[in-house]
Design a protein around this ligand. Sequence first.
Ligand SMILES: Cc1cc2nc3c(=O)[nH]c(=O)nc-3n(C[C@H](O)[C@H](O)[C@H](O)COP(=O)(O)OP(=O)(O)OC[C@H]3O[C@@H](n4cnc5c(N)ncnc54)[C@H](O)[C@@H]3O)c2cc1C
Length: 315
Amino acid sequence: MKFFTRPKIYLVGKQVMSDADARRFLEEEGTTWMTDTAIDGEKLPELAGRMCYMSFGDKQGRKSNKDYLGHILEVGHGSVLEHTVFNFIFTGVSRSLTHELIRHRAGFGYSQLSQRYVDERDAGFVIPPAVQGDAELENAVRGFCESTSKLYAELTDKLADKYTSPRQLVDFALRDEMLVAKDEGYAFKPGHGEAKPPAGTRSIAEWATFVESDKEANKYLRKVTLTARRKTAREAARCVLPNATETKIFVTANARALRHFIELRGDIHAEAEIRALACDVCRLVIKEAPNLFGDYEVVKLPDGSERTRTKHRKV
Ligand SMILES: Cc1cc2nc3c(=O)[nH]c(=O)nc-3n(C[C@H](O)[C@H](O)[C@H](O)COP(=O)(O)OP(=O)(O)OC[C@H]3O[C@@H](n4cnc5c(N)ncnc54)[C@H](O)[C@@H]3O)c2cc1C
């Protein structure tokens, strides 16, 4: 069984600017623009901000991107930071972390591992920072995770078995509208997978009896209802999975929203696991776009954990 102690961050996408189109815009407006950053995610908010006042050419004023974005942060003109977007995958995080993360609505997009589609019998678990290093507590948490994982597997298997009774198979076919009302009874719609559906029109009770005795019909129904049956088993069995269950989440956030996240979740009052994530994200984006995030610092605390700090809060 896998246990996680620190989130993993993958920066899978970042902002790309079309220099050609920016040049075309400037040419068609009869002006020029000089910037000194090579980072597209920093260029774009500068271009957006300058376009508001058409401060190009001899009206350019501040010469460096750092000065320009520094001024944006100073005056709180944060909306221009929304033009820069980052795409992350976070793994090794708990369901309790993602429950807090997805409360960040503005400027964020999420896609999370489905506990209904994906079998969680091999799921890992996150050991909370406060428990890490305490052998007795860690053993207790690990033991609990192992037993709950067993219970999940047992529940999933038992439910999946339950759903293979002839009546349940017929009910799944009805629910997914493979079996539909026709004349005085019900008949299979054609075209579900490669196998041919059983022919005939019968009442629901007659279909159940037929599926019990006819091997081919039984095989067909088991096949075409497999995904739905598994999903139904998993969605019920996941009730025993704890907050500590590891999950994976794809997160897209613009720079302004990310700053807000780093401030709220990197704060000393934030929960320890998400605070560690916010600190790691903060370090990463400082490297990726120092002119957008360089006002942050990640500070070590007496207990060895970290927090973030900035003088420009909520721009
Ligand atoms: C230390 C800590 C403890 C917390 N404890 C709890 C708790 O006990 N219970 C709980 O439910 N939550 C709790 N939260 C979550 C918190 O209430 C927020 O839901 C979360 O931090 C997201 O913040 P946000 O709404 O500012 O972010 P976003 O949703 O990303 O919004 C960003 C900003 O956009 C603006 N905005 C967004 N939506 C609206 C809107 N509909 N109307 C007006 N303005 C809007 C606001 O200015 C907001 O700050 C806690 C958060 C922290 C950091």
